[in-house]
Design a protein around this ligand. Structure first.
Ligand code: SF4
Length: 269
């Protein structure tokens, strides 16, 4: 899909990552989930209790992608069931949406030991599942939660700068957000999350325009003009809170602190 002239949403100074058609052709999400539950393609299978393929609506048009399962997710085999999941539910309710309106999964489907970041080889091993989920779900909007998930699609992006922006990626809308677990640790980041999520309806409208550009005619011209501006123009100027949030955003490093390990063991990731 290409955007109509004058309606380019990607504002980017960087190139977004291209995707390849997945080689593993699981025909349905259930088939894929069955494959994930018995997968041994990377070392994470050895320490998991349950794999977490993902859950939610296959037809809502919104795919939310986190980083990887945490303690509670590993125990229950479901995504975002800990404290960060509760915050995610609260954020969705602001729009208003619920779990029944979105599909939620992670970059890796098994919990990394000690809740560390997934390693590159683990992300690569798990990639066919995410690729196929994208094909089967065919979402209009991909919402990434946190740095690791955003980098999968936008390797040169920076979560502290690009959160809340409405970007275009291969004919879909890419909408990066901070990870809810970061919001639980930092009130300033939580406020950014609460502000950013309010743009989700705009992201959905933008996806409709990019897939059906002829609707950009006479109706809602002011609104369309506003939402079609480069997101660097629509994004609010950084304020002191954001500066503070960026300073302490825990997902900006590859190292997992002792506090983060503790947080993740509480199911925050
Ligand atoms: S993380 Fe992905 S690739 Fe690794 S064992 Fe789990 S399902 Fe398989």
């Amino acid at each position: 899909m290409s955007s109509a002239p004058g309606h380019t949403l990607a504002t980017d100074r960087h190139t977004l990552t291209k995707t390849e058609p997945s080689k593993n052709r699981w025909n349905t999400l259930d088939e894929l989930a069955t494959a994930v539950s018995s997968c041994t393609n990377c070392a994470l299978h050895g320490t998991r209790t349950n794999a977490v393929p993902g859950s939610g609506s296959p037809s809502g048009g919104i795919l939310i992608i986190g980083e990887g399962p945490g303690f509670n997710e590993d125990q229950q085999g479901l995504p975002f069931v800990g404290r960060s999941g509760k915050l995610l539910d609260e954020l969705l309710a602001e729009v208003p949406l619920s779990r029944d309106d979105v599909f939620i999964t992670n970059v890796v489907k098994c919990r990394p030991p000690d809740n560390r970041d997934p390693l590159p080889d683990e992300v690569a091993a798990c990639r066919p599942y995410l690729e196929r989920q994208l094909e089967l779900l065919d979402p209009k909007v991909i919402v990434t939660l946190g740095r690791v998930s955003m980098l999968r699609y936008y390797p040169k992006g920076k979560i502290s700068e690009d959160h809340g922006k409405i970007l275009e990626w291969e004919g879909r809308i890419l909408f990066p957000l901070y990870h809810p677990a970061a919001g639980l640790r930092n009130p300033a980041i939580k406020r950014e999350l609460q502000k950013d999520v309010l743009k989700l309806p705009e992201a959905l409208r933008a996806s409709t325009r990019t897939t059906n550009p002829e609707i950009d005619t006479d109706t809602n011209s002011n609104e369309q003009e506003e939402s079609n501006r480069p997101s660097s123009q629509t994004a609010e100027a950084p304020n002191n809170n954001e500066a503070e949030a960026n300073k302490s955003e825990p997902l900006l490093t590859n190292e997992t602190t002792e506090k983060e390990k503790g947080d993740r063991q509480l199911g925050m990731f």
